[in-house]
Write a protein that binds this ligand. Structure first.
Ligand SMILES: Nc1nc2c(ncn2[C@@H]2O[C@H](COP(=O)(O)OP(=O)(O)OP(=O)(O)O)[C@@H](O)[C@H]2O)c(=O)[nH]1
Ligand SMILES: [Mg+2]
Length: 327
């Protein structure tokens, strides 16, 4: 195990905008060791007053839609043109299966990886969605305290992880391919509904016409969704990360959104609601972890599973029996 320092070390290093200190603190946040988690909690508590000063942007889309390439181009724009410090985090609970992580493919983010204004943190491997969502959420706080002004949270649009990301960002960006059909893209209506903007990717060459058509199509589809309390109506843009087009527009859209929601109380309210969401989520997660870590539960669960499979006991009765160990 790597060396551990007192909480003050991490707090000081992070406030001094030191990357190594930040990386070490994120390692604690991702750790499952109780002593590390306690240290992480202490650090976060101390840094909380220095967090919140960033724009948190969620970026999602099915595998191959062009997330990495887009983040590379958009991130370069944010750091170079907008002169903002950018942190890129990832939620990728599928990494157990692929053995890597979505940001592990730094190959497509070479420019950004070598950019002093950018900090890229790959998703921790082999964690459950609940676990990785929690650590990402806490990493956001650490990155903000370390002076990062824009945070990207990337996720693969295949399952539940976009809901988790939606609950931790200010702006939710959905990347889509032209002409692939919603079915093929695995994009459920629920995800479309969460989007503050849709970007049709790879709008270049032969694809440009299709992308334009798709933009019109999605724009009218989005109009059918009920308006949210934000007062914002979702926008559709087209972009080619390869040709570096449409990138400025996406940034302008985000700025327009912020102007809309920061005008009233919506922005703050949304963050407050998200905090409450994470409070409840933490309680649920902690209770579950504690429950399943109990020796009696570990011992009895396999037997009960067998009985349920064989139809000897109902699932409900089995659960009730196991829950006897819950206090
Ligand atoms: N023509 C064109 N191709 C692109 C563009 N952006 C990405 N691609 C290509 O599309 C493929 C997938 O791009 P990625 O950026 O790796 O996509 P991703 O969404 O990160 O994929 P996963 O990491 O597997 O989820 C690559 O072969 C890219 O070169 C673009 O703007 N135009
Ligand atoms: Mg990728």
């Amino acid at each position: 195990m790597a060396k551990r320092f007192p909480a003050a070390y991490y707090v000081e290093r992070i406030l001094a905008h030191d990357r190594l200190g930040l990386s070490r603190a994120i390692t604690l946040v991702e750790s499952t060791l109780p002593s590390d988690q306690e240290l992480a909690r202490e650090i976060i508590q101390q840094l909380l007053p220095f967090s919140g000063n960033s724009v948190r942007i969620g970026i999602t889309g099915v595998p191959g839609v062009g997330k990495s390439t887009f983040i590379e181009a958009f991130g370069t724009f944010v750091t170079r043109e907008q002169q903002k410090k950018l942190a890129v985090l990832a939620i990728d609970p599928t990494s157990q299966r692929t053995g890597g992580s979505i940001l592990g493919d730094k190959t497509r983010m070479e420019t950004l990886a070598g950019n002093k204004q950018a900090y890229i943190r790959p998703s921790p491997a082999g964690k459950s969605l609940g676990g990785v969502a929690r650590s990402t959420r806490e990493s956001i706080i650490l990155c903000e305290a370390a002076g990062f002004e824009v945070i990207f949270v990337e996720t693969v649009g295949v399952g539940q992880s976009e809901t988790a990301v939606h609950e931790m960002v200010d702006f939710f960006l959905l990347l889509m391919l032209a002409g692939a059909g919603d079915e093929l893209q695995g994009i459920k209506k629920g995800i479309m509904e969460m989007a503050d903007a849709v970007v049709i990717t790879k709008a270049d060459g032969q694809n440009l016409q299709k992308a334009r058509a798709a933009r019109a199509e999605y724009q009218s589809a989005l109009h059918l969704f009920p308006r949210t309390a934000s007062g914002w109506s979702p926008k559709v843009a087209i972009s080619s990360a390869l040709e570096n087009t449409g990138i400025t527009e996406v940034w302008q859209t985000i700025e327009a959104y912020l102007e809309t929601v920061q005008n009233g109380s919506y922005f703050e309210q949304k963050r407050q609601h998200q905090n409450l969401h994470w409070l409840h989520e933490s309680i649920r997660q902690t209770l579950l972890d504690r429950f399943f870590a109990k020796p009696e539960v570990k011992e009895t669960l396999p037997e009960l599973e067998k009985k349920v499979l064989q139809g000897e006991v109902s699932a409900f009765a089995a659960a009730e029996e196991l829950l006897k160990f819950s206090n």
